[in-house]
Design a protein around this ligand. Structure first.
Ligand code: WAQ
Ligand code: MG
Length: 268
């Protein structure tokens, strides 16, 4: 589902109207679930904190390929009280993972501008933008979670008080992104003005939630995937956008940790 809203003055040329991205959502479902899911997506598009959509596009495709099974990343939350602390924590985590300061700065600046409906792909060392359509970015799709894994995940997230769709959906998305071996890390900031927790995902540290990554009321947000320098960009984009995956296993869900505790206890 993709929902947008046109802004700008209608009495002028069509060109003066700009479409802003309101909300997007995607998943893999059984045919019998279509009605319920479409209903849920429409409600979401029409009740979004970014504004009410005036255009909603829903695409339904029959996927014949059997989904590839991948595990969910482990979850933790770093202690963080302000956007300034968040910036420092994010830089520390990403630099530990081998992402250069230059690449991090490019990602942070891009997220602050917040105009894409997909993610930017940035080379981890040189900081080059690699996705062919820079306005749209790359949209991760064809993601899902097995029913019993979903129940287990919900119960583990509940114990940390974070069993909400936003967290589950982001964890599923990040798990697919990180299952791609050429992607070192993902940085995400929600574009919802009042959802102020972002995350950094990686194989080494898992899905690390970062509270207060922006101030409440800020409209910016976005995603950046940091990739190894020499890679086949078309292959990566094909995997992220087209290959169906399903989460089959769930990992641990820890509570608050300091950034040093996270860095000193890698999973890989
Ligand atoms: N593929 C690629 N990029 C996407 C996708 C996608 N499927 N969906 C959203 N984006 C990009 C796009 O630029 C959005 O503006 C930006 O990410 C933020 O999207 O554990 O809600 O849907 O508490 O606002 C993080 C949860 C929630 C943290 C992230 O992102 C936690 C969120 P949003
Ligand atoms: Mg959003």
């Amino acid at each position: 589902m993709r929902a947008s809203k046109s802004v700008g003055r209608r009495q002028y040329a069509v060109d003066s109207q700009k479409e802003i991205h309101i909300s997007g959502a995607e998943g893999l479902y059984e045919a019998s679930e279509i009605q319920t899911v479409v209903q849920k997506y429409i409600v979401r598009a029409l009740n979004h904190p970014k504004g009410k959509a005036d255009k909603i596009i829903i695409t339904i495709e029959d996927i014949k390929q059997k989904p590839k099974e991948i595990p969910a990343l482990p979850v933790a939350t770093v202690d963080c009280l302000t956007p300034d602390q968040a910036r420092k924590r994010a830089i520390k985590l990403l630099q530990t993972l081998g992402v250069s300061k230059r690449a991090i700065d490019i990602a942070l600046a891009l997220i602050r501008k917040s105009t894409m409906r997909g993610a930017a792909i940035i080379s981890a060392e040189k900081g080059n933008r690699l996705e062919p359509d820079r306005e749209r970015g790359v949209r991760v799709s064809r993601i899902s979670i097995d029913k019993s894994a979903s129940r287990l995940l919900s119960s583990r997230l509940s114990r940390q008080g974070i069993n909400i769709d936003t967290v589950k959906e982001a964890l599923i998305l990040a798990s697919k992104v990180i299952s791609c071996k050429d992607i070192i890390a993902e940085l995400c900031v929600s574009d919802d003005p009042y959802y102020t927790t972002g995350y950094i995902a990686s194989e080494e540290f898992g899905y690390v939630r970062i509270p207060n990554i922006k101030n409440g009321g800020s409209r910016f947000g976005g995603r950046a995937f940091f990739v190894r320098e020499r890679l086949n960009i078309r292959e990566i984009i094909h995997y992220l956008e087209r290959v169906p995956v399903i989460i089959g296993k769930v990992h641990t869900c820890k509570g608050f940790m300091t950034v040093d505790e996270i860095i000193n206890n890698p999973y890989k």
